[in-house]
Design a protein around this ligand. Structure first.
Ligand code: C5J
Length: 223
């Protein structure tokens, strides 16, 4: 495999260096994607996110075949909720909130069924899983240290949701000096218009936060 792969993207081609790039899969958890979890508790139509599963599965398979770095994240809180800001707990004023029992266990709590990653993208034992209490994957986690220890300077960021945890993470990564490529078909939102705008915000102004491409181009380049 060539040391640098040119991936068609916007605002211009992304120079992918596989050995220095990690696939970072954000929050593909049952709580966001399946009925009865946190996403539905907030009043969202969770079926909107299902179209992201197959492109993520294919990209993950191709990335694993090449033996490249994969990192998964999960949003959630300690069972004692000591890391849950009161403001986050009461936000939305819904009848049930984070920590309450639901059909997949306590909502957005570590160790519960709903908190886990969907079976289609389940992490291998060798793939780090970052448990994050916030929207960004860098805040209050050891993600930056793990990436630095592996010599990673680029990220392919996928997962949900485009305008919340994906966007927050891409912005955090950009400020820490990482180049981020977001394959549009591998990220999703409960709101199509937020998805579209979330991607536009990343690639605008010459790629102010990063690049936007698609999974087929990455898979094709990997060969
Ligand atoms: C949200 C996320 N939307 N993973 N989390 O609360 O985007």
């Amino acid at each position: 495999m060539s040391a640098v792969l040119s991936i068609p993207a916007e605002p211009y081609a992304f120079d992918l260096v596989p050995a220095k790039c990690a696939l970072l899969i954000i929050d593909m958890q049952r709580d966001f994607i399946e009925p009865g979890g946190f996403g539905e508790m907030l009043g969202n139509d969770v079926s909107q996110l299902r179209r992201t599963i197959e492109p993520n599965r294919l990209l993950l398979a191709a990335w694993r075949m090449k033996g490249l770095s994969v990192i998964h994240t999960r949003e959630g809180h300690r069972p004692d909720l000591a890391d849950l800001p009161p403001a986050k707990k009461i936000r939305g004023r819904s009848a049930t909130c984070i920590g309450d029992p639901g059909p997949m266990g306590r909502i957005l709590v570590r160790g519960e069924e709903g908190h886990d990653i969907i079976p289609e993208l389940y992490p291998l034992a060798t793939e780090p899983v970052i448990d994050k209490p916030g929207k960004g994957a860098f805040w209050a986690t050891d993600l930056h240290a793990i990436l630095q220890n592996r010599g990673i300077t680029q990220l392919i960021v996928t997962g949900v949701t485009t305008e919340v945890c994906v966007n927050t993470t891409v912005r955090e990564a950009n400020d820490r000096g990482y180049d981020c490529l977001v394959p549009a078909d591998c990220v999703g939102s409960y709101f199509p218009e937020f998805h579209e705008m979330g991607l536009k915000m990343i690639k605008a102004q010459g790629g102010i936060f990063g690049w936007v491409g698609d999974s087929k181009s990455i898979i094709a380049a990997l060969g």
